[in-house]
Design a protein around this ligand. Structure first.
Ligand code: BGC
Length: 453
């Protein structure tokens, strides 16, 4: 993008209906992991295992959002952010994942929702952002088909208690990541590995996504119902046929595996043959049960991936060429800064005629922020956000049905296997004192959103 385009970026260019928000997730911010009847989640257990998380960090306190939510929601208001996406912790609501309900958990989320509304902030609720109740993992977790029933009951509970006030729902956060990292690579909770875990987890997550959508639609016919997907623009390393074929397989794995069955297209097994093994877990009627007509699809994009053919990588025959090796600008996660990726991803998903509306439910970056005199001059993040938002506008101006943009994330928080090292927030957190400092990126977003108010 030209410098001038970025500098001229105005909220008005997106139209009055466009949604602007900020996203978070329960385990990454709440803390209070064992208070007032909360059961353990797989992340509570996984983080207690040696060697799993950098510096042995965990989410027991995190940003203490459980106790500080009022202050943080007031900050959202001060930044003029109208939409706030957060998730509920299943094990705070149902300590064993099924059966008895924890009244204090229901009251807590009610207070959060009410406080948003009192401050004219619209709550956008994600049902599942990776923190499965540990009691369910002991029964097989995502590999056990009974999860469809457990998930359906949990969805029903949330719809019943929060549906009078929450109008925007997302069933799931990034199923490709929690199944891939949690059940194939073992680098996220619950730390299981291999195809024997991955394949059933994929299929059951797909079924739950659609089932969650149906439960919400039936109980809350007026609600706007979506679900979110991780997606990275994929390009081949070279024009060779081998690399092109590898990129196609990686694209099927990273971008198509979960959306296509939901849209009624089935798993993309023709382009990623290992997915044929999913048949073992399919029952009659599943093809239909995997389909749900979501009101919107949430896309979460951070970067692009460059892929080359790799004979030695089992199942997929492809590997990623890291940004560091390519000597391109990168974030502290090691991800390439490549704003056009978000444009390409919107174009790609927009091409599915079944998708009615796209919301960017996450986009953001981790950089090594420094506090100087109570300020954080995170120029790289300001530029990252401006460049990405400009690319969203480009897609919108091309006629794509993109209707919203949410920054990841409000405050620095627990970044899963990386612990607290990568800082993604618009607001800096000192994890010793819980002091918040609005970074320059937060101030930039505030000024951008303030226009016309
Ligand atoms: C997840 C977030 C995560 C972010 C940055 C997304 O994959 O939904 O929970 O913190 O990316 O890694």
């Amino acid at each position: 993008m030209e410098e001038t385009d970025r500098a001229g970026l105005l909220k008005a260019q997106f139209g009055a209906e466009f949604r602007w928000g900020v996203s978070t997730a329960a385990y990454q911010i709440e803390g209070a992991f064992d208070v007032e009847g909360k059961g353990l989640s797989i992340w509570d257990v996984f983080t207690s295992r040696r060697g799993k998380i950098k510096s042995r960090h965990h989410g027991q306190v995190a940003c203490n959002f459980y106790n500080c939510f009022k202050g943080d929601i007031e900050l959202i208001k001060q930044l003029h952010i109208p939409d706030f996406r957060f998730s509920v912790s299943w094990s705070r609501l149902m300590p064993s994942g099924q059966g008895p309900v924890n009244r204090s958990g229901l009251d807590y989320y009610s207070r959060v929702i009410d406080f948003c509304l009192e401050n004219q902030i619209n709550p956008w609720l994600t049902l599942y952002h990776w923190d499965l109740p540990y009691a369910l993992e002991q029964k097989g977790g995502w590999t056990n088909r009974d999860i469809v029933g457990w998930f359906s009951d949990f969805t029903e509970l949330c719809a019943k208690h929060f549906g009078d006030r929450v109008k925007h729902w997302m069933v799931m956060n990034e199923p490709a990541v929690f199944t891939g990292a949690g059940y194939f690579l073992g680098i996220h909770a619950p730390g299981r590995r291999g195809m024997g875990n991955f394949l059933p987890a994929i299929h059951h997550a797909t079924l739950c996504m659609a089932e969650g959508g149906r439960v919400l639609r039936e109980m809350l016919p007026q609600a706007e119902i979506g679900t979110t997907f991780s997606c990275s623009h994929v390009e081949p390393y070279s024009p060779s046929l081998k690399d092109q074929a590898a990129a196609k397989r990686a694209d099927a794995l990273l971008n198509r595996m979960f959306i296509e069955p939901v849209l009624g297209l089935g798993y993309p097994a023709a382009d990623l043959p290992v997915l044929r093994k999913l048949e073992k877990y399919m029952k009659p009627g599943d093809e239909e049960s995997m389909v749900f007509d979501f009101d919107f699809i949430g896309l979460q994009n951070y970067t692009r991936e460059i892929v080359k053919s790799s004979f030695f990588t089992p199942y997929i025959g492809a590997s990623l060429v890291k940004a560091e090796k390519r000597k391109v600008p990168l974030t502290t996660m090691g991800w390439e800064v490549y704003p056009e990726a978000i444009y390409n991803i919107i174009r790609k998903f927009d091409a599915y005629p079944q998708i009615k509306k796209i919301i960017i439910t996450e986009n953001g970056a981790a950089f090594s922020d420094q506090v100087e005199n109570n300020e954080v001059h995170d120029n790289m993040r300001v530029q990252y956000l401006q460049d990405h938002i400009s690319q969203v506008l480009r897609a919108k101006n091309d006629g794509c049905k993109v209707a919203g943009y949410f920054v990841w994330t409000l405050t620095d928080n627990f970044e899963w296997a990386e612990g607290y090292h990568p800082r993604f927030g618009l607001i800096h957190v000192d994890f010793e004192t819980q002091k918040r400092i609005v970074k320059d990126s937060g101030k930039w977003y505030r000024d951008f959103l303030k226009e016309g108010l």
